[in-house]
Design a protein around this ligand. Structure first.
Ligand SMILES: Cc1cc2nc3c(=O)[nH]c(=O)nc-3n(C[C@H](O)[C@H](O)[C@H](O)COP(=O)(O)OP(=O)(O)OC[C@H]3O[C@@H](n4cnc5c(N)ncnc54)[C@H](O)[C@@H]3O)c2cc1C
Length: 407
């Protein structure tokens, strides 16, 4: 009988796992994707929705098309519980799905309600509700101080992942650069100073000095301020309050909220002390050998990046394929930070750094080439329904960056 593989979540991690299983196993296993959404959201495109007024359709594709193309099954439902001993997944509408292998890829909840006053006064770019809401706010924004930053990340201790205080600061960087230009164009640049804040001692703590200094120089040139070791406590109509007792006048707070693991992971006993799923380097759950996990939901994904979710998805699929007797070379888990931050006038900054994981590469590419890379990635990802550009593209990029580092 065919083995049954369930994947929960059709974002970067889940879709990559599904496509990789298709490549490794074809139809020799029954693969089922479960997601309550009917579309995959490409979150790195949300700043275009929030700041350029693109429609949310621009940032998503129909999940059913991706699943159908692979010849697998989509169940559009919410998972509420998992029984790892009985190998069962419980759905909100009452259904129960059995699995031989389970891949958890649900991402994380964005805990907006953890910030007092966020609902009334706060804004964000993290999902397809918040991004258009920020765009609407910008249409009537009359100017005043703007603060952009993220809430701290609370990690567990079961896996050996880097300890960071910010879950992912790339979106903060991209939004501050894009927003600065918009405010200038609206004629309110002078009355709307933009300041980034970070819960960590340094902004962009996940990269090395070279990349950090390069981002810092652009911030200086653009006149963007920075305050560090700041965690937001509360917002009101005119101020942003931090947990250290300080506050600042603020007309527009834009915040990446706390990344909180989903209740169904925690309630099913699958999380670590902080609720993230602990796995080994082949993405296998430390306690349940038939459960794998990839993406933001895992303890190993630090910082929380689509690029890391994709690396994990490939590894999980190949590990499962091997176990089912289909030989696959399982890549080593060698994460890297890859993030492209768009700026004004078709400029962007691409950062590639692996120093956080003991590597030596810490490089940026600035200018229209980086903008072109972002545009091509987005186009390729949406057009191919969640496939990554061919492997050689990243190899070429890394080679180029290695040469750049030597010169
Ligand atoms: C504005 C912004 C810009 C970013 N830019 C970059 C970048 O440049 N580079 C980069 O590498 N990363 C970037 N990221 C981070 C990246 O988007 C995330 O790391 C990535 O989306 C995580 O993928 P995932 O598959 O783990 O989770 P997600 O993409 O969040 O997908 C999870 C899926 O699971 C589903 N799900 C959740 N709970 C359930 C449930 N109970 N039942 C059924 N389905 C469920 C959800 O509906 C969703 O479809 C950015 C993020 C943001 C917000």
């Amino acid at each position: 009988m065919k083995k049954r593989i369930l994947i929960i979540g059709g974002g970067f991690g889940g879709i990559t796992t599904m496509h990789a299983l298709k490549k490794q196993l074809g139809h020799k296993a029954e693969v089922v994707l479960i997601d309550y959404r009917d579309n995959t959201l490409n979150k790195p495109r949300l700043p275009d929705v929030a700041l350029k007024g693109e429609t949310v359709e621009h940032a998503r594709f129909l999940m059913r098309n991706a699943v159908k193309h692979d010849g697998y099954l989509l169940i559009q439902e919410t998972v509420i519980k998992i029984d790892p001993k009985e190998k069962k997944v419980y759905l909100e509408e009452g259904g129960i799905e059995h699995y031989d292998y389970l891949v958890l890829a649900p991402g994380v909840q964005k805990h907006y309600s953890g910030i007092e006053g966020f609902r009334e006064y706060g804004f964000s770019v993290c999902d397809d509700v918040q991004a258009p809401r920020l765009w609407r706010k910008l249409q009537t924004f009359k100017g005043g101080p703007v603060f952009i930053g993220s809430m701290p990340y609370k990690s567990g201790n079961r896996v050996n992942a880097p300890k960071l205080l910010a879950p992912c600061e790339g979106p903060v960087g991209e939004v501050m650069f894009m927003l600065k230009e918009i405010l200038v164009k609206k004629g309110i640049g002078d009355s709307s100073p933009v300041t980034a804040f970070s819960p960590a001692k340094v902004f962009f703590e996940d990269v090395g000095d070279k990349v950090r200094n390069s981002v810092g120089e652009i911030m200086k040139k653009e006149g963007i301020g920075l305050i560090t070791e700041k965690t937001v406590k509360k917002l009101d109509a005119e101020n942003i309050y931090f947990t250290d007792g300080t506050s600042e006048k603020c007309a527009l707070p834009i915040i990446l909220p706390e990344y909180k693991p989903y209740d169904f992971i925690v309630d099913s006993g699958l999380g670590d002390e902080a609720g993230f799923v602990p796995t080994d380097n082949q993405m296998r759950h430390l306690d349940f050998p038939h459960i794998f996990a990839v993406g933001d939901a895992t303890s190993l994904s630090v910082p929380k990046l689509g690029h890391i979710a994709v690396i994990q998805g490939e590894i999980a699929a190949k590990t499962i394929a091997n176990e089912l007797g289909f030989k696959a070379d399982i890549p080593k888990f060698e994460p890297a930070i890859l993030c492209i931050m768009e700026r004004a006038n078709m400029q962007a900054t691409m950062i590639y750094s692996n120093v956080l994981y003991g590597g030596k590469l810490d490089e940026t590419i600035n200018g229209p080439i980086a903008f072109g890379m972002k545009w091509s990635f987005d186009f390729y990802y949406n057009f191919t329904r969640g496939h990554m550009p061919p492997e050689f593209a990243e190899k070429l990029l890394v080679n180029h960056l290695n040469n750049k580092a030597k010169s």
